[in-house]
Every structure is written in C-alpha cells, then in structure tokens.
Design a binder for this molecule. Structure first.
Ligand code: BDP
Length: 680
C-alpha cells in the first residue's frame, strides 16, 4: 500500500458474513439524471461497492424494483440547504434524498463511509448538513511548481502541462475532497504571483475548475494586490483610483467569462512585504471593498486575510491584527469575509484563539487553520491535528456571554453572519502518498470533517479515518487512536510546552533555535517571544505588560491575565514568571518545563512501541514506512528537548531534575546541528 488511495480504499471486506449482508442490500443504484454530478456520484458508489463487497450493482432509472438497492432521490421537500441530505432505510431500500444533487453526492460518500467502517445499517436514518458554507483548502502553490511550506513534494497542479494535458490525479483530489465535504479550493499561494490573473493562467485554472465542478468544488484564486501595476500597465494600484477599480472590474468579468462559477479572491495584503492598500494610505476595507465590488455582480466573494503585523521591536505581534481590523468592523462590503488564523501569532503548536474571533460582530470572520505542518515537524512528525483544531473551535470567547465559542462565531450563529467559511492550508503535494507522511493524511481528513461539522469529536474522526485507511481490527484501531489522540500534546511538550512559542529554526522553521536573536525583523527571532533571562521566562502580555490579554472578554482577561489562574498551557504566552514559580502541579516552573520536554520526547518512544504492536494488522509497506518516520521523529524530538533544556538552563542555572538524565550533548553540539540546517 503506497498510500495513494487515501481513505477511499474500498478493499474487499474480509468478514464474509458482514460482506454478504451488505451485498444483499445493494443490488442496484437508481438515479433520475445523468448530469455530471450524478454521474460521478453513481460512479463512486459503483466503485466503492465493487471494491468493498465485490458487487456490481445494476444502474437503473427504475427505482421501483423488487430487490433492495440504493435510490438517489431529489426531493424538493427536503431541508432548504442544498448540501444537506437524508440517508435512510425504507422497505429494504437505502434512500439518499436531498433537494439537490450536491446533497446526494455527500450522502453517497457517507453511505460508503458507513460500509467502510463496518456500521450496522439496519436502522440507518441520518439527516445531515454542513455547519459552515465555504469549506476551503488553501494551496500555497507557485507557478514554478514549488509549494510554500509544502513537505510532500511539488504542486499537484502541473502548470506547464495545463490546460492541454490534465493529470488524472486531479480527479482523485476532487474525490477525496468531496468525500469529506470540502467545497472550495484556492489553488495558488497567498504570496501570489500576478501571473495567475493573466489569460494564460486563467485558462489553466479553468481546466481544474471543469474537473472539480462535478464534485461540488469551486475554484478561487489568491490575488496580488498590485496586479493592476504588475500586469495591467497602470501607474498605480491605489484602490480608490477609478482606473484601478475599472481594471479589477474588467478582470473579474474576464474571469467569470472563462470560469462562470468562479468562487472569488483570497488576499494577503500589507503582510510580510506583500503589497496592499496601506501602500497608498488606504485601509484594508478600502482594498477589500474594491475587489468585492468587482466580483459582486457574479456572486463572488473576497476572503481578506487579517494576518498582518509590523516590525516593531518593542511591540507585541499578538495585538497588531486586532488593532488594524477591529476599527474597520462594519466597513466591509457584504461579500467580504475576513480570514483569521486560529491564533494571533502564526500556526504555532499551541496558541490561544485569535482575539478577533468574537470582536467583529458586523464583519463575517472565517477561520484559517494550517494543515501543512510548518511548525509541527513538517512531514516527519506524526501529529494528529484534530485536537488542535477543536481546542480553538471549542474555546469560549464570551463575546456575547457564556457559550460564545469560536465555532459559533465562524458558523455565523453568534453574530448572524451571512457568509461563513473555514480554510485549511493544505498538506498535499505530488508525493505518491499525497501528504508526505501517510498518517498525516488524517489531518486533511479531519479538517474536512470538522469544517462540515465541528461538533464531531477528535476521537470519532480518528476512528473513522483509521478504519477506512488502516484497519478495522478493534484492538489495533484502539491503539492507533491512542497514538493519534496523544500526538499533538506530545509534540507541544517536546517543542513548546507551557505556552512557549516561535522558538523554531530560522526561515525554514525546522528544528529548535531558542537562541535565535538576529533576523531581518525582531519578531522573526526567538528571544522576542520567550524573553528568558536570569529572573524567569515568558512574554508578559498581562495588564502589567503588553496587555494583549486586554483584547479578550473580561471573563478571559480575569482568568488568563493572572498567572495564578492562567491555564498552564498558556502560562508563558501571557506571563513572565520566575524559574522558581510554583505551578499547581507542585513543581517549580523550571522542573515542570524540564519534565514536559522529557515526557514529550519519551512519548515518541512509546509511539514506536505502540506502532510495533499493531504490525500484524497493517499493510507491510505502510508499516515499515511509518516505523521509519517514527525513528526520525524520535531523533528530532530528542533534538528539541536537548536544545531547549540546555539553552534555558543557562538562565535558570539549575540542574535537570530527577529522575531525568542530563542530555548527553552540549548546547554547542545542538547549536551546531541547527547551523548545519541553515546552510544552503
Ligand atoms: C507564515 C509562513 C509564510 C506564509 C505566512 C502567511 O511562514 O510562508 O506566507 O505564514 O500565512 O507562517 O501568509
């Protein structure tokens, strides 16, 4: 098994009785149309049933048959949501019913999942609909085929071949996304080349859109704000300049002429050196509204990112997006949605939720998660991210009193947003197994499932994914789930425990580099964030410090703003505390910090043992590959542990607490290792 088939494996069910039971129920598939979407839906069911059960169901227009089968039924009386479906059994028939073919598509994948995970279908009766409208992957892919922060090879999109030659893999990409409810894709990097807006590229993107359409996936583009200057021959890209506005309107018209159901734009502006409206003294709202006006006649939306921060050595990066955007609440056009990263720094292994969630009642805010593991060990560490996504979604913002979770902000229910969305920065690439690390396919899967329904538990999603992808043997499913569910906390422990953040290697973001003190910008160093000194460690963001805790609701301020009541996982995020500070565990900060690093590292050794224990139920090729990955992860976890405890020990001037052994290498050794990785 090379991992190519992802969770859509459809291998023959080995349990003969179970297989026969299922097989009896699915002798035909009846449909009422042969539209492209219906065709792919039926084809998927056929493929799945054939693989799983060995069945070759008859495809018929005749639902009124004596034998049991699957009936795909458009029913105008079903729930208004076009993507909703009702999957149920009636008189021995399995019925998938929806107002539209979109719902049927999703219902079909749900039925297949139920079979893949060996569910009892006798009492099947499931009504389901997505909680969020736009469920989107963001690909940070460039025209030359490279992927920014991609660890699974090159771009899936073969720009040099397109539009004339299309890779069959585009279909498998679309199938995988449709199976988990993803309905949009931004195909290019947020650090966008203006070239994507040229006719040359639009015709390539059109081919992708044509392939994705039957799978209910819309295509979006990241746009370069300075495109009117770069490719339009204008002297300015000022959003209030009439020529510039006209250029964007014409561009939108051209795009929709080529791709009639084009989704809209994603924009990174005035962030990390990218051009934007502030270059002309205009606001983010001015910039976003100009683009919104251009796509509005065609039903398009603008996803405007709030990932902005200025290079200020004495500032606090966690406040800057809020300060820029909060005053603009209410000034954005109706088809603009502001895309906010889960935390206020940058996709760290753990961050508190971004203070903009709940703070913009008049402006739709969407979530941006990172599925690619830029800060979580690339494609060498097995880290299941559902618990991280859930942690953010489930946190209470208290914006409208108790129960105002981040999830309720982004599903629109808290503030009545008309547009809702969630984006995940993709971890896919040209590697045969898509994600570099086969176990991290689960993060793509989990993102999609949570985008559809954030109320699903991490455990349930891990269970589904494991059964579909690896094995249905109960003991092994249990063990694999254990590995997955602990993996993120382990990683936090060996990388950035107790609220530490941004202490990774320079630029590449690989490995530990807590000593990093010089960079092009102060907020790209490590010392800016951990502020370790002889007195203690941590960033004082309480009222006596930068007071970024002041951006949160009073209930949160009260809890997080005080070291004594702040949860340990955010302690050093919000407080500078002494090395002798006593935690609720009874340990001093130094001892607790060390024990987290040591526990995190030894947990990876444990993962290896757990993985070895499931060998009999795992495909040998896959087993061996993952075992190898775990060895790499173990080495890197040890590297993180040693680098961090040795570096911080210089300030704490205390021994490594028992029962832990002091690292076998020196700080100089680990520093050297890091320097080597910086070499080109
Ligand atoms: C940072 C990445 C950088 C991205 C940026 C962004 O290091 O490559 O361009 O986020 O999200 O984490 O714009």
């Amino acid at each position: 098994d090379d991992g190519y088939r992802l969770w859509l494996k459809y291998d023959l069910i080995q349990d003969v009785k179970l297989r026969a039971d299922y097989a009896r129920s699915f002798t035909f598939i009846s449909t009422s149309s042969d539209s492209p979407m219906m065709k792919v839906t039926v084809a998927e069911l056929e493929k799945g049933l054939k693989g799983l059960l060995g069945n070759s169901p008859a495809i018929t227009r005749q639902a009124n048959v004596q034998k049991p089968g699957i009936i795909l039924k458009i029913d105008k009386n079903e729930t208004p949501d076009e993507e909703a479906y009702h999957l149920f059994r009636k008189n021995g028939q399995t019925i998938i019913s929806s107002r539209t073919e979109k719902g049927l598509l999703y219902g079909a994948f749900t039925l297949l999942r139920a079979i893949q995970t060996h569910q009892n279908l006798d009492k099947l009766d499931l009504s389901d609909s997505p909680k969020i409208q736009h469920r989107i992957l963001n690909h940070w892919d460039n025209t030359n085929g490279s992927i920014e922060r991609g660890y699974a090879g090159e771009s899936l999109w073969k720009w040099y071949d397109l539009p004339d030659n299309t890779d069959p893999r585009y279909v498998d990409y679309a199938r995988a996304n449709a199976s988990i409810g993803i309905n949009g894709t931004v195909v290019n990097n947020v650090n966008a080349s203006a070239r994507f807006l040229t006719e040359e590229y639009l015709l390539k993107v059109k081919e992708l859109a044509n392939i994705f359409r039957p799978y209910n996936i819309k295509v979006f583009l990241s746009v370069r704000f300075s495109a009117p200057k770069n490719i339009g021959g204008l002297a300015t890209s000022d959003p209030l300049d009439p020529e510039v506005r006209k250029w964007w309107k014409e561009k939108a018209k051209e795009i929709y002429g080529i791709i009639p159901d084009f989704g809209g734009f994603l924009v990174k502006a005035n962030s990390e050196g990218e051009p934007g409206p502030q270059d002309y003294g205009r606001s983010h709202a001015d910039g976003a509204n100009m683009l919104a006006e251009a796509v509005e006649p065609f039903g398009g939306i603008v996803m405007w990112r709030a990932f902005v921060y200025k290079a200020n050595p004495n500032g606090d990066r966690t406040k800057e997006a809020y300060e820029d955007f909060k005053p603009l609440d209410g000034q954005f056009n109706k088809n603009v949605i502001v895309q906010v990263k889960n935390g206020p720094v940058d996709f760290q292994p753990r961050e508190p939720f971004h203070p903009l969630f709940g703070a913009m009642p008049q402006t739709p805010i969407m979530m941006e998660f990172q599925i690619t593991q830029e800060y979580l060990g690339f494609a060498t560490h097995w880290v299941y991210l559902a618990p991280m996504f859930k942690e953010c979604l489930d946190t209470d913002t208290y914006a409208e009193g108790k129960g105002s979770t981040v999830a309720k902000v982004i599903d629109g229910s808290l503030h009545g947003y008309k547009i809702t969305g969630i984006a995940g920065v993709a971890n896919t690439g040209s590697d045969r197994n898509w994600c570099g690390h086969p176990m991290n396919q689960a993060n793509w899967y989990a993102f999609g499932r949570l985008a559809w329904d954030y109320a699903l538990s991490s455990e349930k999603i891990a269970d589904e994914w494991t059964r579909m992808t690896l094995t249905n043997q109960p003991g092994s499913v249990q063990t694999i789930k254990q590995i997955m569910l602990q993996s993120r906390e382990n990683t936090v422990n060996y990388m950035t425990p107790l609220g530490l953040h941004h202490i990774m290697g320079h630029n590449l973001h690989f490995g530990p580099m807590p000593w990093l003190s010089k960079s092009a910008r102060p907020d790209w160093t490590s010392i800016y964030y951990h502020k370790a000194d002889s007195l203690g460690i941590g960033f004082n963001r309480s009222a006596s410090g930068s007071n970024s805790v002041g951006l949160y609701a009073k209930e949160i301020r009260k809890q997080w703003g005080n070291a004594g009541t702040c949860p340990p996982e955010y302690l050093l995020w919000f407080h500078h505390v002494s090395w002798d500070y006593k935690l609720s565990s009874g340990k001093t900060l130094w001892d607790e910090l060390c024990s987290r690093y040591y526990q995190g590292e030894s947990a990876v050794e444990n993962m290896q043992n757990q993985w070895n224990s499931v060998k009999k139920d795992i495909d040998p090729e896959l087993f061996r590959f993952v075992a190898g990955k775990l060895k790499v992860q173990q080495k890197e976890a040890l590297w993180w542990r040693d680098a961090c405890v040795l570096y911080f020990q210089q300030f704490a001037r205390k021994p490594i607490p028992a029962p832990y052994q002091k690292p076998q290498r020196s700080l100089e050794d680990v520093k050297k290792l890091a320097e080597i990785y910086q070499l080109r």
